[in-house]
Design a binder for this molecule. Structure first.
Ligand code: GLU
Length: 423
């Protein structure tokens, strides 16, 4: 009962966070709340062993996961993460957030996620390829263009998606471009996918700013995480006249009240793998990141970063969740009381999966769109989804997160009910 399937939730961990978010939406679901347990239990979780012969001849075993949280509205969809902290519990939560996200923006997908517990920085290119291919073969039982479609997430990229596509295709005996999204353009990838998550973060931020009368020109932005999401969002904010006053990543925190130079930040990451040694910026204590005065705070790294204590200290107007699950429920309450608007992950970072959807549609149709068309459709879907969630929040006087869950969970559970139970 109550979400105690597969794992016992860790206190303060991502699955506990997700379950608390579900509890908050139930009072607004009416008769559909009868199906609530559907939200609390992943449909299916596969744990796989990945043995790899390393360059030095050692045989090393890694653990990998693919969790399909819910498939009521369509095939599973969600990224694959390579990180030393990956656990089954984390992948469960990430898969559940994909279910909610896909429904919040009304994409015809269920929710899934995968991961391997590994530090990819410690692998050679060949070892990375071997681990990816063996993982793909092991989860090949449950993925496929009509079953479950992986994509990039933390520490995975277009090259890794190409290996997944190739391995799956070799195993089924036919080139299956639609098995994975976020591929290189030459292999059926989509224009605009690389920066789509960051673009979506910016578009949602801009729409929210319009509601709150915050001008983007001159706005102060702090970004945690300077990977695919954080860097692309920062770029769009800067191109629209905002200032990036602080950036934090795994290597440290840099600050410049007059705005950091984006080109220098990008070069520094290219060179060092971190922004920490960025020129033209003051290096500050990591914890001070949360005290910096901003208009937008963009957590775009990992889960559980914004706890209640940090939420008491942040001096911002809008928290834009580029990461999945960066805010703990206790912090949500504090921010809410303090009048700081939280734009939840399930809408703020949905741009990536939205363009993944476009990629999948293009692969199925074998007909490819221009980048302008992709960006235009992305903006439209994001703005429409935000409007619906904004109105729902106003109607019930609830947070944007709970409103997003009301919209999404109503869709998920209606589909569940209409399909009925088998047998
Ligand atoms: N990993 C991204 C996310 O968390 C994208 C998933 C996808 O494109 O399927 O939304």
């Amino acid at each position: 009962m109550n979400g105690l399937s597969f794992v016992t939730p860790t206190a303060g961990g991502p699955w506990e966070t997700y379950l608390a978010q579900v509890d908050r939406v139930l009072p607004y679901l009416g008769r559909l709340s009868r199906w609530a347990e559907t939200l609390r239990r992943p449909k299916r979780a596969l744990i796989v062993d990945i043995p790899v012969e390393m360059d030095d001849g050692r045989i090393v075993h890694f653990e990998g996961y693919r969790v399909q949280h819910n498939l009521s509205r369509g095939p599973g969809k969600g990224g694959v993460r390579f990180h030393p902290d990956v656990t089954l519990e984390e992948v469960m939560a990430l898969s559940a957030w994909m279910t909610v996200k896909n429904a919040a923006v009304n994409l015809p997908y269920g929710g899934a996620k995968g991961g391997i517990r590994v530090d990819p920085k410690l692998l050679s290119h060949k070892e990375l390829e071997k681990i990816t291919r063996r993982y793909t073969s092991e989860i090949g039982l449950i993925i496929g263009p009509d079953k479950d479609i992986p994509a990039p997430d933390v520490n995975t990229n277009a090259q890794i998606m190409a290996w997944i596509m190739d391995t799956y295709s070799m195993n089924v005996g036919a080139t299956a471009t639609g098995v994975v999204t976020g591929k290189p353009i030459e292999l059926g990838g989509s224009l605009g996918r690389l920066k789509a998550t960051g673009r979506g973060v910016f578009v949602v931020g801009r729409e929210v700013a319009r509601h709150l009368n915050i001008p983007i020109r001159g706005a102060r932005v702090a970004v945690q995480g300077f990977g695919n999401v954080g860097s692309a969002a920062a770029e769009l904010f800067v191109n629209n006249g905002a200032k990036i006053v602080a950036v934090q990543d795994h290597g440290g925190t840099v600050y410049n009240p007059n705005g950091l130079d984006l080109a220098v930040l990008m070069e520094t990451v290219q060179r060092d793998g971190s922004i920490a040694q960025c020129a033209g910026a003051e290096r500050i204590e990591n914890e001070r990141f949360w005290d910096i005065e901003t208009d937008f705070l963009v957590p775009a790294a990992l889960e559980g970063q914004l706890n209640a204590e940090r939420a008491q200290r942040v001096k911002t107007r809008v928290v834009l969740e580029g990461a999945n699950g960066p805010t703990l429920p206790s912090a949500d309450d504090v921010l809410n009381e303090r009048g700081i608007l939280v734009v939840p992950d399930v809408i703020a970072n949905a741009g990536g999966v939205t363009v993944s959807y476009f990629e999948w549609v293009q692969d199925i149709a074998r007909f490819f769109w221009s980048e302008d068309e992709i960006n235009m459709r992305l903006e439209q879907i994001m703005a429409d989804a935000l409007r619906k969630i904004w109105d729902t929040a106003a109607q019930h006087k609830i947070s944007l997160r709970t409103a997003a869950y009301v919209v999404a969970c109503s869709r998920i559970l209606s589909a569940r009910e209409e399909r009925g139970l088998y047998p």
